[in-house]
Design a protein around this ligand. Structure first.
Ligand SMILES: Cc1ncc(C[n+]2csc(CCOP(=O)(O)OP(=O)(O)O)c2C)c(N)n1
Ligand SMILES: CC(=O)[C@@H](O)[C@H](O)COP(=O)(O)O
Ligand SMILES: [Mg+2]
Length: 650
């Protein structure tokens, strides 16, 4: 067969898949071909859009086997985190959508109910699927519905505490439920922790299966010498298993364990899944896979097996096509290392995202001063509280969206104890292609209610460095420093500083106080120019520290006719809301308009597109501001006319 014929033959099998039924009818040999076609398809498509290529290359065979053994959507397939559901999408009629993967109006990077009846959970925060599965299995049992529930969970996601809370309940409930552990030994970087070590010891122990075979043979050939002999042999077998395998742990919990199976052998996975399906109770199928399997640049990418290139990449090399830029993350990472060089009490914490948050840079310089806690943001917060109680100043670097789940820990374990912990929230505000679950738009509202917590929103590289230093200098309570995704914007020097507030622009007229939060500083400057063209004077300020609301900001507000806030976060409970309250408390009667992200689930796209959709562009804000201030002119004129009328009548 020529290369062309071969390619056409490959493309033909995948092209003929419009749903799971087309996977079920394939022979074992055809499945191998189909798997290769899927990998080609993934690389070809994702290299143009960016996306989670490494994780998906690793679950091709598992997903094929799932769709052969189970009947989705009647049976429920749940993907933990959901970043590895591309193959599932390909097999459930969505191949055409991959040209616009993660792009505005296109396919979501995660399961999506709007896209397909085969998708159920849309949450793309890790470690939730087992809890959903527990609930679903209970619901189907109570309603008398015979439907299988299957959760696919990675070894990384398994480091999250919710998984263990769920396992505890799944075991007690005893409902039929299949948990596929997709064990590739990695989160982004190699997965950390006791469980991960246990799993990898099993994976790396070639003697394991041989030992079991020997015991099995011994059992088979041993003449029936009665129960005691059997028990001795059984104990030997169990002892060996306990030494090298995690099943003892799962089986002690009450969950049947099947495995380990080669996760790239469809027939093996299929066999294990069928056994699990027929078991009638909770079963763990432990599938060992390789992240990035079948695509050399991913397999050989030491950093993260091409976990999720943010944009188009070169198929030959796996390198991003876009020219590298200096990101907010880089500025933070460099400054943190500089601070740590000066202050031995400063330590870093990452929740399985050392490279993406920049903490890796500190780890390379001071390896004994960085802790990777796994995908465990709640634990990260309280562990940081412990470190602070022990005399250190922890810097917990997480994405803004992931700190949401640690609210109680930040509130009570850290803030109530007035502990000096700095949370650095990367990817704050609208992020883009990952969609609504990944927008870091809630932090200022959610954590704004925490007593004693100070929140900084730097506007550029210089203020990020400065505010990070100010944050780690705080020794009587927690701090947050939040900044957006992507390339850091050009430095925007202040004209002067009033308390903590930077004045970025001012004019002779004091019509509007424009409070530009964080990276909206530059937008504020453009708005001021546009509004000035309409004859109004705008003072642009950056509060720098948005919580607590600086008293100086309230004083500045009192000196203007209109206050407008613009922030990259939800309006409810945001900076605008907080300033309005502070103004009410101070009896400042100046009207305030707050611009930000409206409540809702805003679909994915680029950050710029979404901000434009939300009206958060200089043009839109300038139009709004001009409209509001000109209406105020009319309103202030009207009472005068009314008085004249009244005088005329008298
Ligand atoms: C709560 C939470 N924290 C962090 C992340 C970021 N994140 C996405 S995937 C991932 C690693 C997942 O590892 P694993 O479950 O083993 O899946 P793999 O990518 O190896 O297939 C992390 C840390 C997240 N989605 N949710
Ligand atoms: C699945 C997940 O939560 C992450 O992989 C996320 O997609 C990373 O986003 P960035 O590309 O912004 O690092
Ligand atoms: Mg993994």
């Amino acid at each position: 067969m020529s290369v062309e014929q071969d390619t056409a033959h490959h493309a033909g099998l995948l092209a003929a898949v419009s749903g799971p039924q087309d996977v079920k009818r394939r022979s074992t040999e055809q499945l191998g071909i189909l798997a290769a076609e899927i990998r080609d398809f993934l690389v070809a498509k994702v290299s143009r859009t960016g996306g989670h290529i490494g994780p998906n290359l690793g679950v091709v065979e598992i997903t094929l086997a799932l769709h052969r053994v189970f009947d989705s959507p009647r049976d429920r397939l749940l993907f933990d985190t959901g970043h590895q559901a591309y193959v599932h999408k390909i097999l459930t009629g969505r191949q055409a959508g991959f040209d616009k993967l993660r792009q505005r109006g296109g396919l979501s990077g995660y399961p999506s109910q709007a896209e397909s009846e085969h998708d159920l959970i849309e949450n793309s925060h890790a470690s939730t699927a087992l809890s959903y599965a527990d609930g679903l299995a209970k619901a189907y049992a109570l309603r008398g519905e015979s439907r299988a529930v299957v959760a696919v969970v990675g070894d990384g996601a398994l480091t999250g505490g919710m998984c263990w809370e769920a396992l505890n309940n799944i075991a007690t409930a005893g409902n039929p439920l299949v948990i596929v552990v997709n064990d590739n030994g990695r989160s982004y970087s190699p997965t950390i922790g006791g469980l991960a070590d246990h799993l990898s010891s099993l994976r790396l122990n070639p003697g394991y299966e041989k030992v079991l075979d020997t015991v099995k043979e011994a059992l088979g050939s041993t003449p029936l010498v009665g129960k005691p002999m059997y028990e001795v042999l059984h104990a030997v077998k169990k002892g060996i298993k306990d030494a090298v395998a995690p099943q003892a742990m799962f089986e002690d919990l009450g969950i049947k364990y099947v495995g380990p199976v080669d996760g790239h052998d469809v027939a093996a996975v299929e066999g294990a899944l069928r056994a699990a399906k027929n078991f009638g109770g909770p079963v763990i199928v432990h599938a060992v896979t390789r992240k990035g399997y079948g695509y050399r640049p991913a397999e050989e990418d030491e950093a993260d097996c091409l976990h999720g290139p943010g944009g188009a990449f070169d198929v030959e090399t796996g390198q991003l096509v876009a020219a590298p830029s200096v990101k907010w993350t880089h500025v933070f990472a460099d400054e943190l290392v500089a601070i740590a060089d000066e202050r031995p009490d400063v330590v870093g914490i990452t929740a399985a995202m050392a490279e993406p948050t920049g903490i890796a840079k500190l780890a390379r310089k001071h390896p004994d001063r960085v802790y990777d806690v796994g995908i465990a943001e709640q634990h990260a917060a309280t562990s940081a509280a412990g470190l602070a109680m022990g005399g250190l100043h922890p810097v917990v670097a997480v994405y803004a969206t992931f700190l949401n789940r640690a609210f109680d820990q930040v509130l009570l374990d850290v803030a109530m104890h007035k502990l000096p912990v700095t949370f650095v929230l990367d990817r704050a505000g609208i992020t883009g292609p990952d969609g609504p679950s990944h927008y870091g738009i809630w932090d200022m509202s959610v954590f704004g209610v925490v007593p004693g917590l100070r929140i900084a929103a730097p506007r550029d590289a210089a203020t990020l460095r400065e505010e990070l230093r100010e944050a780690v200098a705080v020794d009587d309570g927690p701090t947050i420093v939040r900044f957006p995704t992507g390339a850091v914007v050009a430095d925007l020097p202040a004209l002067r500083r009033v308390g903590p507030v930077d004045v970025l622009a001012e004019s002779a007229r004091t019509d509007v106080l424009l409070v530009a939060v964080g990276s909206f500083g530059q937008l504020g400057m453009e708005v001021a120019t546009r509004v000035a063209e309409q004859g109004y004077g705008v003072t642009v300020v950056d509060p720098r520290w948005v919580r607590p609301v600086p008293a100086e900001l309230v004083e500045l507000a009192a000196a203007h006719r209109l206050v407008v806030t613009v922030e990259d976060g939800v309006r409810v409970g945001g900076v605008g809301d907080a300033l309005a309250q502070a103004m009410r408390d101070a009896d400042v009667q100046v009207p305030l308009k707050d611009l930000g992200v409206p409540a809702g689930w805003h679909p994915h796209g680029t950050r710029a597109q979404i901000l434009a959709d939300l009206g958060l562009t200089a043009q839109n804000v300038a139009r709004d501001v001009t409209g509001w201030i000109s209406r105020l002119d009319v309103e202030t004129v009207e009472p005068v006319i009314a008085t004249d009328d009244a005088a005329a009548q008298n």
